[in-house]
Design a protein around this ligand. Structure first.
Ligand code: DL6
Length: 817
């Protein structure tokens, strides 16, 4: 464990204040203090970082490159301090300077280089890779603007740019020495080299300089520091003299523009493919830069490129980095002179692919026109991969043209990225058992039949160090006091808590901690929303991206129904409930934005209706992000995981709630299935159609929601309230689109395609069970403790252990200082 000397550390902080800002601690702003403290912490980390890389080199360790368009890191300072096990000494040092660590931590921008689950998973994986001592690089993009900040104005979402780099990000280090060129456009000429061999040369292209910035990823208490490498684009030469000389001024300016735009902004789409040219540029940009650098690094210490796969593995986080397959082929053939078969053999032993969704609208398919124009050499290689693969299919299934239609990489004028990823990888994994089964037997059935050995499951996980140790210090201390601290690095040890689930004293202690956390959240809500919530009410929480399949609409329709019941029957027995939502909608996702407006409108009516005696409160937390998430999970009683079964590949919020002792109210979807398996169905509230039933309906043209509308008075009542101005008197038509989506077919879209009305009554019944269960405070405390105790499986340490041993074949490295 690293020893931090207080006096030295304090001096470092004051020195940084002087060097960076010419200030003493008393005159510095909180932001300047944050910067100075961060630099002082980085000083400690850098020694470990250098030692780690020396050790990797010494051992010639195999490395995983986790290629991802998104890393939703959240704040780094607090997490680093925790992982350095230096919380106490750093807090004290800071206090001795008259400062408050919490206030300083709050100054950090929340680096949000991701949308939701996929990007946050990548961040958890990096934490686990370092903690377990596996050599790894995260490779991504240094977006100038990350996920937008959400403002709620008059109940509507507004998007505000997230200028996270405005004050400078203290933890990054620019590594200009590793810059590489990335080429776009032009054409491919075949030229003879000096030995008379044909060479494929990209000519008349535009290019940018990809410059890496490295961020340290500190392992827990083990001296290991891996690297998150994010690439920025710069113009190749500020003004390309060569172009000037030839009078090609236009091209020089275009190159500059290209460099300016590539890393400008993260596409704010979750589970949705928008098909934008700039997005493909971003993909190729960071993939080419990462692969070029990885291959060069490998060749610095090895002399035979053909053994690359023994030391390097590229994990493709969804299809977004799938051009990796073709880029590696290009480098092996064009730069290292390998023949196709040899290059293909190496590529398919080096690349592995994770599928994160079956939502058809998320599947990436690039039009050939765009793909070939932007990436002409890569396109040639993809065409050849496709040509050879089709021959292979024809040999296997002679005369079966359906197979080609379903499996080709290039078909109908499109490059199908998932097919390219599967064909070019040695491993294809889903992210929860149910999801992997659906991939194998439904979505990717033909591929599974053809390459059964490639398919495997890796159920997602989360890091307990951020989501319990950092996010919920009261509970973390309690757990440690009961069972010791092994859980911090081995979450399965938390099962030892089970013996306390029936202990009355422990139940009280546990519920008191939950209450303290609810108080903290209630204060936050009071400050930000101006809403007074009762910390003794049930905190029923749905926080995640806004997407129709996640069914925030089902939740709010049910709130509307409860409110109607209370209005008609004020004396009815009702346990007070606070419904908390937090969700960002993609900027262009109209219906999702309408659902946010519906939630805020219902909140306005319900919260201000004195006649219901504060029995229901509805809160929409603005700008839901990783830091807020940590506080919210800690304070939740009920975890709403209510996606239409089969649609949520895994979910990871569900695991974070469980770890913090919230009970799942959910469908049998994604990892909910495994959560319930671990904790027992009696400690969760399960409802709704199963995935088999949903898939069956879908394969048979859906169902008729009008049946429910016609026969169910309550459903008809709430739907009518959507269009009679009950919640939007200023504009009764405001929610017409939502209403229509539930009842009317629209083009290719089925009425109520996410089965909201079909599941409504079953959801209502589950909600009633929640209320009954909560009234029995002993029973609830027992279930909540058991949820914590049974969360061991859902550590990202377990997930990474499985990836490392079963897919990547990595060895652990120990770092001594
Ligand atoms: O695997 C991480 C995460 C899952 O937990 C979610 O269930 C899933 O929806 C999400 N998938 C995506 C798909 N990507 N795109 N675009 O974000 O992955």
């Amino acid at each position: 464990m690293i020893q931090i000397k207080k006096e030295e550390f304090k001096k470092n902080i004051t020195d940084y204040l002087k060097v960076l800002y010419r200030k003493e601690a008393e005159e510095a702003t909180q932001q300047q203090l944050f910067q100075a403290v961060s630099y002082a912490v980085k000083d400690i980390v850098v020694d470990q970082w250098m030692a780690t890389h020396k050790e990797y080199e010494k051992q010639d360790a195999k490395t995983v490159y986790y290629l991802s368009m998104e890393f939703l890191m959240g704040r780094a300072l607090g997490n680093m301090i925790i992982n350095l096990s230096a919380n106490k000494v750093i807090k004290e040092s800071i206090a001795e300077l008259g400062l408050d660590l919490n206030v300083i931590e709050d100054q950090e921008p929340d680096p949000a280089l991701g949308n939701g689950g996929l990007g946050r998973l990548a961040a958890c994986f990096l934490d686990s890779l370092s903690t377990l001592g596996y050599p790894a690089y995260g490779c991504g993009i240094r977006y100038k603007y990350g996920m937008f900040k959400q403002k709620i104005k008059n109940g509507f979402q507004l998007e505000v740019p997230d200028d996270w780099l405005r004050d400078g990000y203290p933890f990054e280090i620019k590594r200009s020495e590793y810059a590489v060129e990335v080429k776009f456009g032009g054409y491919v000429a075949i030229r003879k080299d000096e030995k008379g061999k044909d060479r494929f040369i990209q000519e008349n292209y535009q290019s940018v300089r990809a410059v890496p910035y490295d961020l340290p990823i500190v392992g827990y208490n083990n001296n290991v520091v891996n690297t998150l490498r994010i690439w920025d684009a710069e113009a190749i030469d500020t003004f390309n003299l060569d172009s000037f000389d030839k009078g090609d001024y236009q091209k020089a300016v275009e190159q500059q523009n290209l460099a300016r735009t590539i890393c400008e902004v993260l596409y704010p789409n979750d589970n949705h493919y928008a098909g934008k040219e700039l997005r493909l540029k971003q993909q190729y940009f960071f993939v080419s830069a990462s692969i070029q650098r990885a291959v060069t690094k490998y060749m610095e210490n090895h002399d035979d490129i053909r053994n690359l796969y023994e030391k390097v593995t590229f994990q493709l986080n969804d299809t977004h980095p799938t051009v990796t397959v073709a880029e590696l082929m290009r480098i092996l053939m064009d730069d290292y002179d390998l023949e196709w078969n040899e290059a293909w053999d190496i590529t398919t032993k080096t690349c592995a692919y994770t599928n994160h969704t079956i939502m058809s609208e998320a599947l990436e398919k690039w039009p050939l026109e765009l793909f070939s124009r932007l990436l002409p050499r890569i396109y040639q290689i993809v065409e050849e991969i496709n040509r050879r693969f089709i021959i292979e299919i024809q040999e296997c299934y002679p005369g079966n043209y359906k197979k080609i239609e379903k499996m080709a990489v290039v078909y109908d004028g499109q490059v199908k990225m998932a097919h390219l990823a599967i064909v070019g990888s040695y491993s294809v994994n889903g992210v929860a058992r149910l999801h992997t089964e659906i991939l194998k037997h439904q979505e990717l059935k033909d591929f599974y039949e053809h390459f059964p050995e490639k398919f495997n499951n890796k159920t997602n996980g989360i890091t307990q160090r951020r989501f319990l140790l950092h996010g919920n210090p009261l509970l973390a201390d309690w757990v440690t006091q009961k069972i010791g601290d092994e859980w911090i690095t081995n979450l399965s040890a938390i099962d030892e808590l089970s013996i306390y689930a029936d202990d009355e004293k422990c139940q009280k202690e546990f519920m008191n901690i939950k209450y303290q956390n609810k108080l903290r959240l209630a204060e936050f809500i009071k400050e930000k929303n101006g809403i007074e919530v009762n910390p003794r009410s049930i905190f029923d929480v749905q926080v995640k991206r806004l997407h129709e399949y996640k069914r925030q609409l089902l939740n709010i329709l049910h709130v509307m129904h409860l409110y109607n019941q209370l209005k008609t029957n004020p004396g009815m027995e009702f346990y007070p409930r606070t419904f908390i939502f937090g969700a960002k909608a993609s900027a262009g996702y109209r219906r999702a934005k309408a659902i946010i407006k519906l939630i805020t409108s219902v909140a306005d009516v319900v919260n201000n209706d004195k006649s219901i005696d504060d029995k229901i409160k509805v809160v929409f937390i603005e700008d839901y992000n990783v830091s807020k998430a940590e506080m919210i999970f800690a304070a939740s009683d009920v975890s709403e995981q209510i996606s239409t079964a089969s649609k949520e590949a895994s979910g990871t919020g569900n695991m974070k709630f469980m770890l913090n002792g919230a009970l799942t109210l959910g469908t049998l979807d994604g990892a909910n299935v495994e959560i319930v398996e671990e904790v027992g169905e009696e400690n969760a509230f399960i409802f709704g159609l199963t995935s088999d039933e949903v898939i069956h309906f879908e394969q048979n043209g859906g169902y008729n929601p009008k049946e429910h509308y016609n026969i169910d008075h309550d459903i008809r009542n709430i739907l009518t309230q959507l269009i009679n101005g009950y919640y939007s008197p200023e504009n009764p038509e405001l929610f017409r689109e939502i209403y229509n989506s539930l009842l009317e077919q629209n083009g290719g879209e089925r009425a109520d395609q996410y089965f909201i009305l079909k599941d409504f009554r079953s959801y209502e019944a589950a909600q009633k069970r929640v209320e009954e269960a909560y009234k029995d405070s002993t029973g609830w405390a027992k279930s909540a403790i058991l949820n914590v105790a049974k969360s061991g499986k859902f550590s990202s340490d377990r997930t990474i252990e499985e990836y490392a041993t079963e897919i990547w074949k990595l060895d652990k490295v120990k770092v001594e200082l």
